[in-house]
Design a protein around this ligand. Structure first.
Ligand code: ADP
Ligand code: MG
Length: 289
């Protein structure tokens, strides 16, 4: 067995430049050094700060593209913690999170997974789109979410105790809920939930001005477009238009694409393949621009 892990830990504590790990993962890489642009839309910042202080696991709930990831990047920066993000998908295994033995120069060496790194060094660990992960994978986090705050590394016969600064956060889009893809109650009832929705008009306008680099007037029109398209949901649109898509439309416009063409690409076609709904959106766009 190698003692790479021990050395690396010391390196980090002493703040000497880290030796490149054999898989390239260094906790320094996860620090967010410049303040992410984030517009608060409620009491989510104080709520998260409190949950972090109390080390209560957090569930960020809401539709796609409404600011969950940006919020967490902002909070990690504000709390000066590294942010380890894991995009969940159905092939994600417990070993992908916890770690595995690898063969290297005829030796087996242990390679910590991202969750183990976060647990050891006190990062915020973000399981993005947690429902996408297989249930036997999500179960791995259970002992981290109660008083024990431990992570079993079963293959090594080790129990990792969480660093006091460690926190686990998951995101979840209730809109995609189905029998196949839902969070187990035994999982979700371990988290305090913070709800996200599309930002209120004024905030959304500020976001589109900054992120889309458009003037106030264009941003105002895009906000209006967002509102009207979100109202189409009763007519069969699965999910409202995300702030992200409105920002994309703004970027195309600021790059010189005519607004109608930009919105067609970033909104109409991006939102749906249904001809009727596309037509309805095109009409809304024509009315606004
Ligand atoms: N509150 C917000 N403050 C700043 N930017 C935002 C906010 N909400 C959404 N955005 C913009 O929308 C994009 C998508 O947000 P993101 O956090 O990635 O969504 P989610 O994680 O909920 O899918 C961001 O890249 C950013 O440009
Ligand atoms: Mg996200």
């Amino acid at each position: 067995m190698n003692n790479n892990t021990g050395n690396r830990m010391q390196d980090i504590q002493l703040k000497t430049p880290p030796k490149p790990d054999f898989n390239g993962i260094k906790i320094e890489d996860y620090h967010i050094t410049t303040e992410p642009f984030y517009v608060s839309t409620g009491d989510e910042i104080s709520l998260f700060e409190s949950a972090y202080r109390l080390k209560l696991p957090v569930l960020l709930k809401g539709p796609t593209g409404c600011g969950k990831t940006r919020f967490l990047e902002f909070m990690a920066w504000k709390l000066s913690r590294p942010l380890v993000t894991i995009a969940c998908h159905e092939d994600l295994t417990a070993s992908d999170l916890v770690g595995r033995y690898l063969l290297q120069d005829n030796q087996t060496v242990w390679q910590d997974g991202p969750l183990s790194l976060a647990v050891k060094y006190g990062a915020i660990c973000y399981l993005d789109e947690a429902v996408e992960a297989r249930k036997d994978t999500t179960v791995v986090i259970h002992p981290l979410t109660d008083n024990r705050r431990i992570l079993p590394q079963e293959k090594r016969g080790l129990l990792l105790e969480s660093h006091p600064d460690f926190l686990i956060v998951m995101s979840y889009n209730p809109g995609y809920q189905s029998v196949m893809k839902d969070l187990k109650h035994s999982t979700r009832q371990r988290f305090v939930a913070i709800d996200f929705t599309y930002p209120p008009s004024r905030e959304e306008q500020t976001i589109i001005i900054e992120e889309g680099q458009v003037d106030e007037n264009t941003a105002e029109r895009l906000v209006k477009l967002g509102k009207m398209v979100r109202n189409l949901r009763q007519q069969g649109l699965e999910e409202g238009i995300s702030t992200r898509l409105l920002v994309y439309a703004g970027r195309l416009i600021s790059d010189g694409i005519p607004p109608l063409v930009a919105c067609e690409a970033a909104v109409t076609r991006a939102m749906t393949d249904d001809d009727e709904i596309q037509e309805a959106i095109t009409e809304i766009i024509a009315g606004i621009f």
